[in-house]
Structure formats: C-alpha cells, structure tokens
Design a protein around this ligand. Structure first.
Ligand SMILES: [Zn+2]
Length: 355
C-alpha cells in the first residue's frame, strides 16, 4: 500500500482511530451505502496512462473487502431494490459494492477477492466497450496526451484558448485535468469530433482495443458471464458507448440505454435490473433520462452524488460514494462517520450563533 496518503485518508484514519466510525456505524445502521469502483491496478501503475484515479491498487481493494466482510453486511443491488420496493428493512450496516465501465481487471483482480471474502458486486458495464467496438472516449484523450511527441498545444475549445503544456508526464497530467471538464461541457457529437481533432493535432492515432495498456482493457462477455454464474456478481447497465446522457439528443439517449439493455440480455441471458449514469453528477442526466431508464425496464439507477441510502432516496437517483483511496476512507465513508462529523459541525455553528 502506498504510504503517501491523501489528506482525506488521514482525516478518515483519525475518525476510525478515535472511535467515531464505530459510534456512527451503530447510530446510522439503518442507512445503506453504495461504493463505486472502476478498475483495479497492480504494482506502481503504468507510465502509459496519465489518470490513475480510476484504477485502485488491488491490495487496497483487498483491505476494504476484508473490513467490509468483518463489520458490514454486503448485499446485492437486487436485495437493495427488493427491500426498498417492498418497504422492508435492510440488514443493519448494508453496503453495496459497484464497479463502473467494465474493465478486465474486475475479473482478473477484483473477482478472486470477492470470492475469497464471499462478497457480492454489481458491475455496470459499457456494452460497446465489452463488444470490443471502441475504447472509451476519455481513454483516447488520456492516451493521446500521454503519447504525443508535442510539448505544447494551444487548443481552441468553448470559445477560448487552452494552453496545454506537455513537456513532462506531470505537465501532461495537469493538462488532462484542465482539458477534461471542457470536453464534458460539449454535446456528445461535438465531443467525439473534438477527440478526433485532438488526436490529429497531437499526431497520435486511436489505438485498437487490443493495443490498450493492460489496466484499460475491457472485460469480455465470457468473463462477465462466468462471474454471474458464481453468484458473486451481477451485471448492470452503463450505456453502450459511455456518453454523458444529458449531452445527447433524445434519440441517441434512448438508443444508448436500450442497446445497453439488449446487449446484456443477449450475452448474460438475464435482464439487467440496475443502471448507472456515466459521469453520474446531477447535471449528467435529465428527467427524460430517468424516464427512459425506467421505461427500458431498469428498476433502479445510480448517480455519483455522495450520500446515504435511506428511505427518502429516489430509486432512479441512488447516491453513491466515490472510490475510497484507503481502507480508513472506506470505513469512515460506509460507517457514516464523515456525515456524523459534518452534522456535528453544523450543530456547533448553530449553537455558537445562539450564544
Ligand atoms: Zn463510467
């Protein structure tokens, strides 16, 4: 495990060490939490990839699973949906484990750990990625910035010039972080043209899906089917090509959701019950998206908006916590310690104002 801890993990370690996580786990046991992961990685990362945030070190994931198996009740998305639909009580301290996109590392690295601790996870897959048709658009951007021989690019986007420094790996990572939010503002068709234009300007060809660095490779359908047979995994939808749905026209949005559902049904032999919105923020889906997801037969959908799952939440806007970077952050998250601390601070401010 890396010793360079993010400040959030240091704060989390303090919350766990002080006993606040245990206190919160008891006080907030009726609330469920959903955790989001993407890929897992081995070793110190691959220099060919600029953004490692989506690929958690496998040993951290193992520590998290060990903690969840010991002190929490990991349930499937289907159990969560069933309990919320029937109005029955969830087991105390329920946690749902989810993975987005559909990386091969879910099978190669995460699945053996799920089996070891007898835990369940939902994999929200981008079906065109598993079909091997295309890599994900943000992978193309990462690899284009990582592989170019250019050291500087002045890029016109959203009516302004973005100066992208590319002289070192660190500068490329910073340029990627500046460019991504700009790209996400575009409509989906504009975004795809922009990625083509960017690759051309950087003198980089789109790599074939077989040439992707190991951590970026997709699951294949055999892997996905094999995992579902074990009972440790179920497959949910995450669109067909991973557009941000609120940036799509109605026809594209409908096709992305329906094709995703149909491909999962064809390959796994079962209708997927849950969906997760790409990017998943409040502005990344619309009311029309929620209706289309429901109409297509999904029973629930997850966002990436942080929060607890209580009786008040909408089944088509389920909150999910982002991937924790350490076992302490995972424990402070699922126990509700972060929220408890926030509530205490709020109450303190109120009390001070009354003095
Ligand atoms: Zn995604």
């Amino acid at each position: 495990m890396s010793l360079a801890l993010h400040p959030r993990s240091i704060k989390a370690a303090a919350l766990v060490g002080s006993g606040l996580a245990s206190f919160a786990r008891t006080r907030r046991s009726t609330e469920a939490s959903i955790l989001t992961f993407h890929g897992l990685s081995e070793g110190n990362g691959d220099p060919a990839i600029l953004d490692w945030a989506l690929h958690l070190p496998v040993e951290v994931f193992r520590d998290i699973c060990c903690m969840l198996a010991k002190d929490y009740r990991v349930i499937s998305m289907a159990e969560l949906i069933d309990a919320r639909t029937r109005g029955t009580t969830l087991p105390a301290n329920s946690v749902v484990i989810t993975f987005d996109d559909g990386y091969a590392s879910n099978y190669e690295l995460a699945y053996p750990i799920l089996q070891e601790f007898d835990l369940h996870a939902t994999l929200f897959v981008t079906t065109g990625f598993l079909d091997g048709d295309d890599m994900l658009w943000f992978q193309r951007v990462d690899l284009a910035l990582g592989r170019t021989r250019k050291e500087l690019l002045d890029w016109q986007i959203n009516g302004r010039t973005l100066r992208l420094y590319l002289g070192t790996r660190e500068l490329r990572q910073q340029s990627l972080l500046r460019l991504m939010p700009e790209l996400k503002e575009l409509t989906h068709s504009e975004l795809l043209s922009e990625v083509d234009r960017l690759e051309e300007a950087l003198g980089v060809c789109e790599p074939g899906i077989d040439e992707l660095p190991k951590a970026l490779r997709p699951l294949n359908w055999e892997m996905a089917f094999d995992m579902t047979l074990s009972g440790h995994v179920d497959i949910g939808g995450h669109t067909h090509t991973h557009p941000i749905l609120s940036r799509c026209d109605s026809m594209t949005m409908r096709a992305e959701i329906a094709t995703c559902r149909n491909r999962i049904l064809a390959e796994i032999g079962e209708l997927p019950v849950a969906f997760s919105y790409p990017n998943g923020g409040e502005d990344d889906y619309t009311r029309e998206t929620l209706l289309l997801v429901r109409e297509t037969g999904f029973k629930a959908a997850c966002t990436t908006v942080s929060g607890r799952v209580d009786e008040e939440v909408s089944m088509f806007q389920l909150p999910r916590y982002g991937s924790p970077e350490s076992v302490w952050e995972a424990e402070a998250t699922v126990s509700g310690a972060f929220e408890t601390l926030k509530d205490w601070r709020k109450n303190c401010v109120k009390a001070m104002a009354m003095i």
